[in-house]
Design a protein around this ligand. Sequence first.
Ligand SMILES: NC(=O)c1ccc[n+]([C@@H]2O[C@H](COP(=O)([O-])OP(=O)(O)OC[C@H]3O[C@@H](n4cnc5c(N)ncnc54)[C@H](OP(=O)(O)O)[C@@H]3O)[C@@H](O)[C@H]2O)c1
Length: 235
Amino acid sequence: MSLTDSPTVLLIGASRGLGHAMAAEFLVKGWRVVGTVRAASGRTLLHDLADAHPDQVDIETLDITQSGQIRALRQRLSGRAFDILFVNAGTTNPDPTQTIGEVSTEDFVDLMITNALSPMRVVESMADLVAPAGLIGIMSSGQGSIADNESGQRELYRGSKAALNQFMRSFAARQAQTPRAMVLMAPGWVRTELGGPEGRLSIEESVPGVVNVLLDKLGRPGLEYLDYRGRTVRW
Ligand SMILES: NC(=O)c1ccc[n+]([C@@H]2O[C@H](COP(=O)([O-])OP(=O)(O)OC[C@H]3O[C@@H](n4cnc5c(N)ncnc54)[C@H](OP(=O)(O)O)[C@@H]3O)[C@@H](O)[C@H]2O)c1
């Protein structure tokens, strides 16, 4: 389901990895993409996509941890309307094998800011640019599930995504009457820079599913925690 003749997604963190692949997938489906990269990243894969599809892709800059940059982007996008806002940007701590007791305070703070606080700041700031019956989504992870955590490992990363999930539930609870669809997405374990070479899925095995699940969810109000196949993930 699309809402307008020229459906548009605002995709935060589209320079490489899953975000870049999502941008390419939305283009295949005829969508317009406003994708963000960090200014310091220089030329990215999103720039190649924009060169190949100049009428369909606009590039904006945003580091999600910089509140001033969020405000500036919101200002630049004033008057625009989006069918989907999706925050993909995220990272992990330098040594994901560390237990929570081993993690430095600095790494803890950095990851919580990037993975939990900053995506919510983007959502809170940009939400009113999303059509009333549009969709707001964030890239979570299956590792954000508390119920499914029976193996430990990547403890800080898990905690940051679990916190993100909780914050998004609060956001959704504040607007229980909205027709908007909301999604916390678990893309599977994918071979990207973050996922590493051991990941179970290629980008091509994950991302088309991720995008289809978002499109299927359009028009279905309320928040769901879904994986790339559309299966509900336990909180
Ligand atoms: N790969 C997996 O197995 C997996 C599984 C579950 C969830 N995820 C989630 O999927 C998302 C994308 O991961 P990926 O695997 O594609 O990783 P990736 O290849 O390392 O890409 C990370 C993306 O996030 C951007 N980013 C990181 N910090 C940012 C910041 N402060 N401001 C703006 N952009 C920032 C990066 O931009 P730069 O190019 O500027 O660094 C890049 O576009 C993340 O939220 C991750 O937690 C991944």
